[in-house]
Design a protein around this ligand. Structure first.
Ligand SMILES: *Cc1c(COP(=O)(O)O)cnc(C)c1O
Length: 377
């Protein structure tokens, strides 16, 4: 059996090595390392895939979020409603801009922000909602958009884990995660569903004015060469990364399919075990399984993790501590017990290996060991 990994970047690269190598060689030959033709072409191709008007690529997913907030007319002290159960970037950028993250607990089914709790968190200072489409499944975006419309708020979607997921509206129409709100953000970190070979990110919007500001802000706030209209940052996607992403974008739907096959295998194997709750699927979103995260009822999570490790099965805890209890953010003054769903999940979740290269032998080996452990306990 091949060694099991959380993600198998080499295996994925190896299958399309020739195409990737020649795309990289093309950039080397042209030496158009910054803003080369691949960047523009990738933006166009991704806009077509996403069915959105403007794609602005940038240096990474965290910058995508930061630049999005910078492009909106926000001022220090303005409040942004978001989730306590995410990667740190989601609240980090809010704090960096002297904005205030207001954390709303998550839904126990999808682990996404609880749309039923958003309205009561709105104050006079609230300016935006920043939902994170966690683990590859959309937050309840139609309800979030209705609330945003009612109170005149912006919506910035963090689709770093959900690129390619579909949100299905009540009328049957669908939109890609990241193209529903005012602005959407994603990341091309290597382990993301569409990963490049370094750092990369992108921003989505249908608003032409915003697209112009976003494009300017990632280029030092420049309007025309050496004239600056905004305070900006330097955050561009390299031509080399764009060239890699142009190749890999063609395979994104296949990658999602391969992850779905692995997830279905897990689902079927765990089906009869009440000790394991497999990821909940919902009728308003597809799931692209950026993570396959189970919730344990009864079995000792850390014991299981050690047992798996001893058997050379990696696993991860996303996330071991919700954001409101992180040391750097204690000044937000949240107390333990205040966001109970997020806090409880952080004690009971375990993310299993999921990627495009898992084979059935590996999947069987993983599930057999998990079942052995939970039955014994
Ligand atoms: C990965 C990730 C980011 C940040 O992306 P980087 O490209 O690593 O900066 C932001 N939000 C979420 C939810 C993520 O998973």
């Amino acid at each position: 059996m091949k060694q099991i990994q959380m993600v198998d970047l080499y295996g994925q690269y190896f299958k399309i090595k020739e195409e990737i190598d020649s795309a990289i060689q093309g950039v080397l030959d042209s030496s158009a390392f910054i803003n080369g033709p691949d960047v523009k072409l990738f933006q166009e191709e991704l806009a077509e895939y996403m069915d959105c008007k403007h794609v602005i690529t940038c240096g990474n997913g965290t910058d995508a979020l930061q630049v999005s907030l910078m492009a909106l007319d926000l001022k220090p002290g303005d409040e942004i409603i978001t989730t306590p159960y995410s990667f740190i970037a989601s609240i980090e950028v809010i704090r960096l801009l002297d904005l205030v993250p207001v954390l709303v607990d998550i839904r126990p089914d999808t682990f996404n922000i609880d749309d039923n709790l958003i309205e009561r968190a709105i104050t006079k200072k609230t300016r935006a909602i920043l939902p994170v489409h966690l683990f590859g499944q959309c937050a309840r975006s139609e309800t979030i958009m209705e609330i945003a419309d009612k109170y005149g708020l912006y919506v910035i979607e963090d689709a770093a884990q959900a690129l390619g997921a579909d949100y299905i509206f009540k009328n049957g129409k669908s939109k890609k995660a990241g193209t529903i709100g005012t602005i959407g953000c994603t990341s091309f970190f290597p382990s993301k569903n569409l990963g490049c070979f370094g750092d990369g990110g992108a921003i989505f919007t249908d608003d032409e004015g915003l697209a112009k500001s976003l494009y300017s802000i990632i280029n030092h706030g420049m309007s025309e060469k050496y004239y600056y209209e905004h305070i900006g940052v330097n955050s561009r996607l390299d031509s080399l990364q764009a060239a890699v992403l142009r190749v890999k974008l063609k395979y994104l739907d296949d990658y999602i399919q391969a992850r779905t096959v692995a997830a279905s295998f897990y689902n079927t194997e765990f089906d009869t075990y009440a000790q394991v709750r497999t990821p909940v699927t919902v009728d308003y979103s597809s799931h692209i399984y950026h993570q396959y995260t189970i919730e344990l009822f009864g079995p000792d999570r850390d014991g299981l993790q050690s047992y798996l490790k001893a058997n050379e099965i990696p696993s991860m805890i996303y996330y071991p501590k919700p954001l409101h209890l992180q040391k750097a953010y204690l000044d937000l003054n949240y107390k333990e017990g205040e966001l109970p769903v997020a806090e409880e999940l952080s004690q009971n979740v375990l993310s299993l290996p999921i990627h495009t290269e898992l084979d059935e032998e590996q999947l069987r080996y993983i599930t057999q060991h998990i079942i052995q452990y939970i039955v014994k306990e």
